[in-house]
Design a protein around this ligand. Structure first.
Ligand SMILES: C=CC1=C(C)c2cc3[nH]c(cc4nc(cc5[nH]c(cc1n2)c(C)c5CCC(=O)O)C(CCC(=O)O)=C4C)c(C)c3C=C
Ligand SMILES: [Fe+2]
Length: 438
């Protein structure tokens, strides 16, 4: 297992348990437990008579962590560890990405205190425990941890604001401009970044709200984006997610069990040429808000859509044949000599084989923020890509896509950010401590 941090999930991994739920076994167990609980409450209510209201009141006051009925609520990851959570775990159903800027007058000392408060709050939230003090308003009180992960990162501007410019990693150099960029600066970049992911929408929102309240006067929200994915257990078996264009998206992601996964995704122990030691076991997150022109996309025939990606829409199999996980055959032609995976197909242009081995771990969310004035959905992909160095992951691939990707006609890059995500915090420590106190 490449993830060195302790990741605890009760009894069985949530997806396995959800799979069972769809098959019936766990469902009937859950129903029995549910009925049992309702029955007990009902009996208790009868016996308690008029005191039922008082009991409910005292329960809501003592904030005892709940034992969730279902596997979705029970999924739990650990905040503390060598690496931060939210990178290698299976993608959750709900996500919030938020950037904050330090307030005028706030510097290294205030940032350090904020990261300490944030880390302490994140550890409790991820354990399914309420956060002490005024920050936690109880939005998630009835739910378990629901596989919550909270991840913190630093933007390039953070280092200037805190007098730490000489400790900024070379790998955090600004992303180059791409010809297709239509970036909104107000929704790009930021001093601090928080990624919140959970399988329950209230748990995810509660974490966002707590962390926002914990900023006090030290930092202000810069931008925030909300995304979603398929809910675990919604499918007959664990399946790769689909995006809002209907494509199976994530098939050729590197896997934690691959020999070179750590090298591609995480900064090695001690750092490297472009990442200082305080970044060891950390990673770099490229965040892009990419709107999909869904009305134009939906007008394309199935064959046209499949040729844009180079894979079948139904199951994600390459157009060169096989099933979803068959490697693309980039040379294979049809009887007329036409490449089966077209020369500008997204899967061909983004493949490591055609980009000098450039590799990243994609962990995106879909988003839908209502409709634009012309009636088109304001929807697309909150693209989050993880790598040990953006110059060996996102940048070379996006340079190629920018020049010749058939998908470009149907998408717009609207916002962009790059964050240095340090290694995880040990018990009693906080994320970024080696930078801020080193
Ligand atoms: C610069 C990096 C990438 C951007 C930006 C990007 C946007 C984007 N991608 C899809 C849909 C699919 N992408 C797929 C594969 C794929 N995409 C990238 C990189 C970027 N995509 C890579 C590195 C890969 C893997 C290539 C490989 O190794 O074969 C696929 C195919 C299935 C899969 O492997 O995941 C789809 C589908 C959209 C819709 C999008 C912007 C909105
Ligand atoms: Fe892609």
């Amino acid at each position: 297992m490449s993830d060195e941090k302790a990741t605890t999930t009760e009894a069985e991994p949530p997806r396995e348990r959800n799979e069972e739920t769809a098959g019936g076994a766990t469902l009937s167990l859950s129903r029995r437990r549910l009925l049992g609980t309702v029955g007990a409450a009902g009996a208790g209510g009868l016996a308690l008579g008029g005191s039922g209201g008082a009991l409910a009141h005292s329960l809501s006051q003592d904030r005892t962590p709940v034992t969730p009925l279902a596997s979705v609520g029970a999924g739990r990851h650990s905040f503390h560890g060598t690496r931060q959570p939210g990178i290698v775990e299976p993608g959750q159903a709900h996500g919030h990405l938020a950037a904050f800027d330090l307030a005028p007058g706030a510097g290294r000392r205030e940032a350090s205190a904020l990261l300490r408060r944030w880390s302490a709050a994140a550890a409790r939230l991820m354990a399914g425990e309420p956060v002490e003090g005024v920050a936690d308003t109880g939005i998630a009180d009835d739910a378990g941890p629901s596989s919550l992960t909270v991840t913190f990162g630093f933007g390039a501007s953070f280092f200037d604001r805190t007098g730490l410019a000489d400790r900024r990693p070379a790998a955090l150099e600004p992303l180059p401009e791409f010809s297709a960029d239509e970036l909104d600066s107000r929704r790009s970049n930021g001093d601090l970044w928080v990624q919140i992911c959970a399988d329950d929408g209230l748990v995810a929102f509660n974490a966002l709200r707590v962390l926002q309240r914990e900023t006090g006067r030290v930092a202000r929200p810069r931008w925030q984006m909300t995304g979603f994915n398929r809910t675990p257990g919604a499918t007959d078996r664990p399946r790769t997610a689909r995006n809002l264009m209907g494509q199976v998206d994530g098939t050729n992601n590197p896997r934690p069990e691959d020999d070179d996964f750590d090298r591609h995704v995480f900064v090695p122990r001690g750092g490297d040429r472009r990442s200082p030691e305080w970044m060891e076991h950390g990673s770099y997150a490229v965040v892009r808000r990419i709107r999909m022109l869904l009305d134009e996309w939906d007008e394309q025939s199935l064959e046209q859509q499949e040729r844009v990606i180079g894979r079948r829409k139904s199951d994600g199999a390459p157009l060169s044949g096989g099933d979803e996980h068959t490697p693309l055959d980039l040379e294979k032609t049809d009887a007329r000599g036409r490449l089966l995976v077209p020369f500008n197909a997204h899967a061909r242009v983004s493949a490591p084989e055609t980009s000098g081995g450039a590799t990243m771990l994609r962990r995106p969310f879909s988003y839908h923020d209502g409709f634009l004035p012309d009636g088109a959905p304001d929807a697309g992909l909150l693209f989050v890509a993880w790598q040990a160095d953006p110059q060996k992951g996102f940048v070379p691939v996006q340079r190629k896509l920018d020049r010749g990707d058939a998908l470009s006609r149907f998408i717009r890059h609207e916002a962009s950010a790059l964050f240095a995500v340090p290694g995880g915090a040990p018990e009693g420590g906080y994320v970024g401590q080696p930078l801020l106190e080193g």
